[in-house]
Design a binder for this molecule. Structure first.
Ligand code: URA
Length: 244
């Protein structure tokens, strides 16, 4: 696939597209050994060799990571204005600039996917692919069979209807209940709002799976690369083909 030279330079992390145009005009960019000054030039990233100031530039390696986000970290990169900790400090040993796909609340734990693959990220977030997300929710009160039946039918929240794919009691913990709830949407605070609307406010929330990805035994605060098998399953779940 052919792409504009300035786009390629920004994809490789050299600079923004606009500043890339300046580099091109200044004659600092070569394609297959020839200086190129035409801003409209397109290149084939698979075939053409692009250099800036005599150094070859290549797109960064695609990274796909899952992080077990601990409680009390913001799902954002960089520093937070409030001084709260952000997930940035948990992934600072990853050289590529990876971005979180979706978010978890400050006090929610669990599976967060991070990648620098924009196409995959867009598909995962797109409602068309309906990737199920599984949560363990410790809620206040003992959830009865009757409440579970009502939850399964769904309810109307202030921003529209909400219906889980499934919900079940894992166990009772004293006066509280540990639920496993699966939803395939990502509205803000959806699990907390849904369960609170049935009179069971969430005490603790953890995401344990997104589509084929499971948090497993990954300790809180740690990340790992996805395996080729997980990548094949994830790509196929959103209608893409993974080739390693
Ligand atoms: N639903 C919530 O309420 N919070 C989260 O962090 C994720 C889903």
């Amino acid at each position: 696939m052919l792409i504009r030279l300035n786009r390629y330079l920004s994809m490789c992390g050299v600079t923004s597209r606009r500043k890339a145009d300046r580099l091109i005009e200044e004659g600092r960019v070569r394609v297959n050994g020839e200086v190129v000054r035409d801003l409209g030039v397109k290149i084939d990233p698979e075939l053409d060799i692009v250099e800036v100031d005599g150094k070859e530039v290549k797109p960064p390696r695609k990274r796909y990571i899952i992080l077990n986000k601990p409680c009390c970290y913001l799902t954002q990169l960089g520093r937070s204005q409030s001084g709260k900790k952000t997930i940035e400090e948990l992934i600072k040993d990853i050289p590529e600039r990876v971005f979180p796909v979706g978010r978890l609340d400050y006090n929610t734990e669990g599976l967060l996917l991070l990648t620098n693959d924009g196409e995959l990220a867009n598909r995962i977030l797109h409602p068309r692919y309906k990737l199920p997300k599984v949560y363990l929710a410790l809620v206040k009160g003992r959830v009865t069979e009757e409440s579970l039946r009502k939850m399964r039918k769904g309810t109307e929240l202030e921003d529209g209807p909400a219906k889980p794919d499934s919900v079940r009691v894992v166990r009772y913990e004293g006066k509280n209940t540990l639920l496993e709830i699966t939803l395939h949407e990502g509205r803000k605070h959806i699990v907390k709002r849904f369960l609170a609307s049935f009179g069971h406010p969430v005490i603790k929330l953890k995401r344990i799976a997104i589509g084929p990805l499971k948090i497993g035994k990954l300790p809180p605060g740690k990340w790992r690369d996805l395996s080729p098998r997980e990548l094949r399953q994830l790509f196929s779940a959103v209608g893409l083909k993974y080739s390693d």
